[in-house]
Every structure is written in structure tokens, then in C-alpha cells.
Ligand binder design. Structure first.
Ligand code: ADP
Ligand code: MG
Length: 214
């Protein structure tokens, strides 16, 4: 379970999150919607332990991520969280396979067979040796999902994962998310897309750093 308790995040004068409380059950798929600048990415960053709240606390499976040292947060993120972004963030001059193996290296040890399996599961094994920059947007996002899965994370945090994709590739990514949810993983997916949002178990709406519905 992920639990945010009265989380406030300030960047100087800007209040990005203004007292957010939220509970997400293990295995739940929650869609997060809200206008640009409402605090959605900030919320994912804090849950991933990339940053800490100004006040309030964040618990993941009973562990208080917001109280951990920077090292412990990095370890938490490596072991428990997979992240997917709108801009894919692959290293353009490395191959698909190398991008996945680089993530393995950060998590533990590179294993080419395992990396190929991760690419296979997102339907990208046939493009394993292609440079990331030469892949289409949809292919790059599938590689990015393979990369997010190499540490077998229980939690997937996705920030507008279909924001740069056409309808066909959006459907491919949604199907992958359905599989991840069926495997019992917890998914938090920020999206502006009603269809993507509707695929989850429920929608949480955020506005000016506050949740409008629980
Ligand atoms: N690292 C940062 N430094 C300063 N301000 C930030 C930073 N990250 C986010 N903000 C501000 O916090 C608010 C929420 O941003 P963000 O969480 O990115 O919103 P969203 O993802 O919903 O578009 C915005 O006003 C944004 O400018
Ligand atoms: Mg954002």
C-alpha cells in the first residue's frame, strides 16, 4: 500500500502539493488527472523517493520513504519502483538492449538473456540491436517499459506515458499496463487521456496541489 499523509511540497514560493492525503492499495491501478502545473509529477517524484516532502509523510508498504536517507531512498527506488515517462528518456546512441542492460547495471548486474526477455515481453526483441534514436516513439516507449521492468518492481509510476504516442501505440502501452496490473503490480498513471484514465480502477483528480476527490 502507498499512503500519502498531508503531504506538502514547496519549491520556494511555489506550493506544488498543498496537503495531499491519498491511499492506494497494493495491486490497485490509479489514474491521476489534473491540469498542467497541478502537482502530478511532483507527487510521483515524491512517491519514487526522488525528492522529499516539505512536510507530511509518504509510506510504501509500511516503510516511511519520506524519512529515509538519500541513499536509502535510492535503494528503495532501485528495488521497488519502475518509472515510465512521456519523453521515454532512452540513451539515443545505445541500442534497445543496451538501454535495458544499463538499467540492470544500475539495479544489480547486467544479464543479456534477461534483458532480451524483458524486450520480448514488450514485443521488442526483434529490435534489440537497433539504436534507440532509430526507433519510432511507440517502440521507444516499449523499450522504456522493458527498462522499467528489469528489477521486477511492485510499483509502476508512469507520467503521461502515452502523451507522445498515436492511438495505435497508446493501445499497445495500455495493453502492457493491463498485464502489469493483472500480475498484481500497483500502478499510478498520470494522464490527460480519458481512455487511458478509464482503464484504471479509479481516477484521482488534482488541482492546485490538492486532491479534489479521494
Ligand atoms: N524542481 C522544481 N523547482 C521549482 N518549481 C517546481 C519544480 N518542480 C515543479 N515545480 C512547480 O511546481 C508546480 C507543480 O509542478 P508539476 O508537479 O510538474 O505539475 P504537473 O506535473 O501537474 O504539470 C508547478 O508550479 C511547477 O512549476
Ligand atoms: Mg507533469
Amino acid at each position: 500500500m502507498i499512503e500519502l499523509r498531508e503531504v506538502v511540497k514547496r519549491y520556494g514560493e511555489v506550493v506544488a502539493l498543498d496537503g495531499v492525503s491519498l491511499k492506494v492499495e497494493a495491486g490497485e491501478w490509479v489514474s491521476i488527472m489534473g491540469p498542467s502545473g497541478s502537482g502530478k509529477s511532483t507527487m510521483l517524484h515524491l512517491i519514487a523517493g526522488l525528492d522529499t516532502p516539505t512536510s507530511g509523510s509518504i509510506l510504501v508498504a509500511g516503510e516511511e520513504v519520506s524519512a529515509m536517507s538519500a541513499e536509502a531512498r535510492a535503494e528503495f527506488r532501485r528495488c521497488r519502483v519502475g518509472m515510465v515517462f512521456q519523453q521515454f528518456h532512452l540513451i539515443p546512441y545505445l541500442t534497445a538492449l543496451e538501454n535495458v542492460m544499463l538499467a540492470q547495471y544500475i539495479h544489480s548486474i547486467p544479464d543479456e538473456d534477461e534483458a532480451l526477455l524483458a524486450l520480448e515481453r514488450v514485443g521488442m526483441a526483434h529490435r534489440a540491436r537497433a539504436e534507440a534514436a532509430k526507433l519510432s516513439g511507440g517502440e521507444q516507449q516499449r523499450v522504456a517499459i522493458a527498462r522499467a521492468l528489469v528489477n521486477d518492481p511492485g510499483i509502476i509510476l508512469a507520467d503521461e506515458p502515452t502523451g507522445n504516442l498515436d492511438a495505435g501505440n497508446e493501445a499497445v502501452v495500455l495493453e502492457l499496463f493491463r498485464e502489469l496490473a493483472e500480475e498484481g503490480r500497483t500502478l499510478l498513471v498520470v494522464t490527460h487521456n480519458a481512455e487511458v484514465a478509464g482503464a484504471g480502477d479509479r481516477v484521482v483528480r488534482i488541482h492546485h496541489g490538492r486532491i479534489e476527490n479521494g
